[in-house]
Ligand binder design. Structure first.
Ligand code: NDP
Length: 251
């Protein structure tokens, strides 16, 4: 059994998968750090594989298929998770998509869908866990933003707006929930090796490395370890912050 109960959105791939692994298998004495409910959208086999991998290690992990952009579905899913797990102590809003294009070529649909999946989902899940966390007077919420939500990026007006929105949301809810012992923080990764960044060619990757003082792309584990810290008791006096995990790209 895990000491805490956690929800991680977008747990089947990339950064989310690393976060699920980190929270579910980290040992605190004889116990695992957390039992983890993770959310995914389409890849059933990815979800089954991850559950099997972590269950074999003795961890308690369960997958829930839900579109994070749907308010009603999210309320229902979180209700089911709380019924299955007994409570929720940690929420990691990680699910995200990109639909990049220069503004002149960006459709209304591409703008709206990125905002709904990346930003409205954070509202949907925070709202869904808030009653439980406020009642128990404790909890940790970690929202995955991005460095482009801080510095912008051509071709990503939709994505960078969603990620900047997450930062505003994080700070507002941190202020609303601080007196109830709930910490709300954001992590802003730089360029991390996942399927999301796989489409960059060698030239694009080399150009990006120019701007990274540490001269390497990050790994999903680099982000997951920061999320683990912010989800734990050692981070109890940290709230409303944006922690960049980017090899020094933005400082
Ligand atoms: P991936 O594309 O590798 O994985 C995305 C995850 O989100 C998958 O598990 C996917 O599930 C899930 N997901 C997508 N849409 C939905 C939806 N509508 N409902 C439920 N689940 C959904 O992304 P990364 O791991 O690269 O990124 C994770 C987060 O980190 C994102 O928020 C991203 O913006 C952010 N980030 C990533 C960076 C990078 O360099 N990779 C840099 C900065 C921030 P399924 O497989 O079932 O579709």
């Amino acid at each position: 059994m895990g000491l805490k109960k956690a929800i991680v959105t977008g747990g089947t791939r990339g950064i989310g998968k690393a976060i699920v692994r980190e929270l579910a298998t980290k040992k605190i004495g004889d116990d695992f750090f957390a039992d983890v409910a993770f959310i995914y959208n389409s890849c059933d086999s990815c979800a089954d594989e991850l559950v099997a991998e972590l269950t074999a290690l003795g961890a308690n992990v369960k997958a829930y298929k839900t579109d994070v952009a749907s308010f009603g579905d999210v309320q229902e899913t979180v209700k089911n998770i709380i019924a299955d797990f007994g409570s929720v102590d940690i929420l990691v809003n990680n699910a995200g998509i990109t639909k990049d294009n220069l503004l002149m070529r960006m459709s209304e649909e591409d703008f709206d869908s990125v905002i709904r999946v990346n930003l409205k989902s954070v509202f949907n899940f925070t709202k869904a866990v808030s009653r439980q966390m406020l009642k128990q007077r404790g909890g940790k919420i970690v929202n995955i933003s991005s460095v482009v939500g801080i510095i912008g990026n051509p071709g990503q007006a939709n994505y960078s707006s969603s990620k900047a929105g997450i930062i505003g949301f994080t700070k507002s809810i941190a202020k609303e929930f601080a007196s109830r012992g709930i910490n709300v923080n954001a992590v802003a990764p730089g360029y991390i090796k996942t399927e999301m960044t796989e489409s960059l060619n060698d030239n694009q990757q080399n150009a990006l490395l120019e701007f990274i003082p540490m001269k390497r792309m990050g790994t999903p584990e680099d982000v997951a370890k920061t999320v683990l810290f912010l989800s734990g008791d050692d981070a109890s006096y940290i709230t409303g912050q944006v922690i960049t995990v980017d090899g020094g790209m933005v400082m």
